[in-house]
Design a protein. Structure first.
Length: 356
DNA sequence: CAAACGTGGGG
DNA sequence: TCCCCAAGTTT
């Protein structure tokens, strides 16, 4: 005999409708949904930060194949982690991921903490990622608020203003929590993201197929094209830089580890310079740059999210290494075949692979 | 709170 | 070609 309905918690019709839709149309066979464990869920959530599912899938598969456990991630070389992340972008995610793994080994018995506070204290795990991990891996009830959920809730509740603003954020987190059911939290969390990724897309939402269209404020008021409101735009400056391609007689290229802060931090890259003279000084233990062996390759513009970088590659060929080569861990000569194992920025990898 | 942090895809 | 921005976090 079930309890009287008056004693049951009020079912949230939003969650109920969404879960019914999820059972038919939701995504249930993504790589991190198979063999589900906290490590795989964590890795996927971090890779998916500001990155689309389609992009993440091959990186996720490669990463878990190489480093299938948290302990393995904690104990491997940072260069290996960066190499596995190479091309995915936002490389602080990779460095934070490994730091967090090491903290788990040292302070949490080798596992991710189940506590939301301890979890979100780990580097690279913020409020939403911590909630997603606990919901997906353990079925714990925590609200998430990523780009998909933000769009769905901004429309459904008719939240005006840019959803990234603090007032809208506070409201959206509150709505997100209110809708999160006490049962089937993992499925619900996946469901609302799937809705945002498919039907409630940024452009041309398919409201006719939406399971929660009847209660949607944006739908009712014709605001689906307006909400969520756009982020205030700012001008993206253009900067210029020169990258040196220094090759020895065997065609190996001199690479340099980038500084620990700034763009492409700690990745291997071509020596970057403002003027050739200072570059020659910086590299003098590894090679001698001769102006008469220099060829200017075609400049190109690499677009970052917040600025444009005009890159001018300068090719120095036939460089003979000096007899004395120090054990500089931040410089090295690499053959083409060795590039795959390096953490290289995407445009640098492209440039090196296109070299004659 | 604003800026920094990558890359690729879609309109 | 250009603009927007995607399963955000850190400083």
């Amino acid at each position: 005999m079930s309890a009287p309905s008056a004693d049951l918690p009020t079912p949230d019709t939003f969650a109920h409708a969404l879960l019914a839709w999820f059972d038919v149309h939701g995504r249930k066979d993504l790589p991190w949904q198979r063999n589900r464990n906290a490590y795989r869920v964590w890795l996927s959530e971090v890779m998916l930060q500001q990155t689309q599912v389609r992009t993440v899938i091959p990186y996720f598969e490669r990463f878990v194949a190489a480093l299938p456990t948290l302990a393995g991630l904690a104990s491997t070389e940072q260069d290996r982690v960066l190499a596995l992340w190479s091309g995915l972008g936002y490389y602080s995610r990779a460095r934070n991921l490994q730091r967090a793994a090491q903290i788990c080994v040292e302070q949490h018995d080798g596992d991710l903490p189940r506590d939301i506070e301890a979890l979100s204290a780990l580097p690279g795990i913020g409020r939403s990622t911590a909630a997603a991990i606990l919901a997906q891996a353990f079925g714990e009830r925590h609200a998430i608020l990523d780009g998909n959920v933000r769009r769905v809730l901004a429309r459904w509740h008719g939240v005006r203003g840019w959803p990234g603003g603090s007032a809208a954020q506070r409201l959206l987190w509150q709505f997100a929590d209110t809708h999160t059911p006490h049962e089937r939290v993992a499925d619900y969390t996946q469901a609302i993201m799937d809705l945002g990724a498919t039907l409630c897309a940024r452009s041309r939402p398919q409201c006719a197929r939406c399971p929660v269209a009847s209660g949607c404020v944006a739908r009712r008021e014709g605001l689906t094209a307006v909400l969520p409101e756009a982020k205030p735009k700012r001008v993206a400056p253009t900067r210029a830089t020169t990258l040196l391609i220094v090759r020895d007689a065997q065609g190996r290229v001199l690479l340099e580890r980038r500084p620990p802060t700034g763009v492409w931090a700690r990745l291997w890259s071509l020596p970057e310079t403002d003027d050739a003279a200072s570059a020659a000084r910086r590299l003098r233990d590894h090679c001698t740059l001769r102006a008469d062996s220099c060829t200017a390759l075609g400049s190109f513009v690499h677009t970052f999210s917040h600025y444009h970088l005009e890159i001018t590659p300068l090719l120095f060929d036939g460089i003979v290494k000096p007899a004395r080569v120090g054990d500089d861990p931040d410089h090295g000569w690499y053959a083409r075949a060795e590039l795959a194992a390096l953490g290289l920025p995407a445009p640098v990898r492209r440039l090196l692979e296109s070299l004659p």
